[in-house]
Design a protein around this ligand. Structure first.
Ligand code: SAH
Ligand code: SF4
Length: 443
């Protein structure tokens, strides 16, 4: 989401004459795009700002001005407090107001400490600025497309409903027009994003609400688009049409990030997740029935207040039962203003550390096993960029695994049949098969 937001800020600033600087030291404007989801991410902002203040002072000695903008969810949550903690900051702007950046920067010419963290009455989607084709090409053959923003779920640990506001979906034809423009500039894969993307209910022509599956059917018809992905989903919003799309929509990739957070019903209830362990297991079963080879991925929180060794054991058991291809896992981090932060049975840090390490050992084993299973198979790989070494190219398998192979950078944007020869850490290594006329027809 923040990568996408950073691109939108660049798009808004481009017509104002701003272009990306090659080095931080050369920048007249520095935008720090921040994350509030866990305390570590939040605190990092202030240490970064300390370094930027020194840079600003250094450049001022040489007669150069540097504007510092703090954007993102820390900006939204902390607001004017940021100016108090770091005087070098010129503008603080929340995620709802990026379209106003040019105006805010103009205001910052005459007065310091310009703040905009309002939740606007009109949809922020109305203010999206289209990227220039050159910017799209620079970003590569896969692109994020925002389709939904905000969250009304209020999981008790989470700041997102407070920083990103209420749920809002973008109309189908606006999204389709953006995807057509992306495809015309060479994009082959779109990743539909939203905090709660499968709650999507954007308007169709005529006014009725479209499901995410209906949106994907529309996007799948855009010439040039070969792959569709979406992230992040809530288990409660995996409706039947979306599950069917995993069977029937050939461009939808067999990978699903479906956060579960915990395997214990008691903890899930205290998290206000609105699903049980059994719900999740049943759902995973339905999705696998629709698309047997699907790679499932998830998010986990360990050490949520009141989590007993037994609760944690239930999470490990759930992982053994489901088997994940990849996952993100976190120690619970109390966030100001969220209900869980007020609970009095907080878990000691040492226990969180120990549980996270056991959890990650299991998840890593599953990921390596999933990757090793690919050896000897032929996978369709979308070539995205040059590889780490000269003469190498890199792309992604349908299951979102990075795949490296020898080949020419001219192949970027092609979907290549690749025989997987080895799996190491997170990456697969393969050999492109020579003849693939059917694939070429896709271009
Ligand atoms: N909308 C998505 C997740 C958004 S936040 C969903 O419902 O699943 C991304 C992940 O950050 C969450 O899935 C959760 O695992 C983690 N996270 C959020 N708040 C957290 C907190 N207070 N402490 C630790 N991890 C947290
Ligand atoms: Fe946060 Fe996701 Fe829960 Fe919304 S559904 S409150 S974004 S964890």
């Amino acid at each position: 989401m923040n990568v996408y937001d950073a691109q939108r800020m660049a798009d808004v600033l481009a017509p104002e004459g701003y272009a990306a600087a090659a080095h931080l030291e050369e920048a007249d404007l520095v935008v720090l795009n921040t994350c509030h989801i866990r305390e570590r991410a939040s605190e990092k902002v202030f240490s970064e700002l300390g370094k930027l203040r020194a840079l600003k002072a250094e450049r001022a000695k040489a007669g150069q001005e540097t504007k510092i903008v703090v954007a993102g969810c820390v900006a939204q949550a902390e607001g004017a407090e940021i100016f108090r903690r770091q005087k070098a900051v010129d503008v603080v702007v929340g995620p709802q107001s990026y379209h106003r950046l040019p105006e805010l920067l103009r205001r910052a010419e005459s007065s310091r400490a310009v703040l905009d963290t309002d939740f606007p009455a009109v949809s922020k989607f109305d203010h999206l600025v289209a990227p220039a084709p050159a910017a799209i090409r620079k970003r590569g053959v896969t692109a994020f497309v925002t389709v939904q923003e905000g969250c009304d779920k209020f999981c008790t640990f989470c700041v997102v409903p407070y920083t990103r506001g209420a749920e809002d979906s973008r109309p189908v034809e606006d999204i389709a027009a953006e995807v057509e423009m992306l495809a015309a500039a060479g994009v082959r894969e779109v990743n539909l994003i939203g905090q709660n993307v499968n709650a999507y209910h954007g308007q169709m022509q005529g006014g009725a609400a479209a499901s995410l599956a209906a949106l994907m059917a529309r996007i799948g018809s855009v010439p040039g688009i070969a792959r569709i992905r979406y992230t992040t989903s809530h288990p409660g919003d995996m409706d039947a049409s979306l599950i069917r799309a995993h069977r029937d929509q050939p461009k939808l990739m067999p990978f699903l990030h479906l956060p579960v957070q915990s395997g214990s019903n008691a903890i899930l209830a205290r998290m206000n997740r609105k699903h049980t362990r059994a719900d999740y297991i049943a759902l995973a079963g339905e999705i696998r029935a629709a698309r047997p080879d699907i790679a499932l991925s998830s998010d986990f929180i360990v050490g949520f207040p009141g989590e007993t060794e037994e609760d944690f054991g239930a999470t490990l058991e759930l992982i053994e039962h489901i088997v994940f291809a990849s996952a993100f896992s976190f120690k619970y981090s109390p966030r100001p203003g969220t209900p869980a932060a007020e609970l009095d049975d907080q878990i000691p840090e040492a226990v969180k550390v120990e549980r996270l390490s056991r959890l990650q050992t299991l998840l890593d084993q599953q990921r390596y096993a999933f990757n090793r299973k690919m050896v000897g198979r032929v996978l369709d790989v979308l070539i995205e960029k040059p590889g780490r070494h000269k003469g190498q190219i890199a792309g992604k398998s349908p299951y979102l695994q990075p795949v490296l192979m020898d080949g020419s950078a001219e192949r970027i944007g092609e979907i290549v049949s690749v025989e997987i020869v080895s799996a190491e850490g997170n990456s697969l290594f393969g050999r492109p098969l020579p003849e693939q006329p059917a694939r070429e027809a896709l271009r």
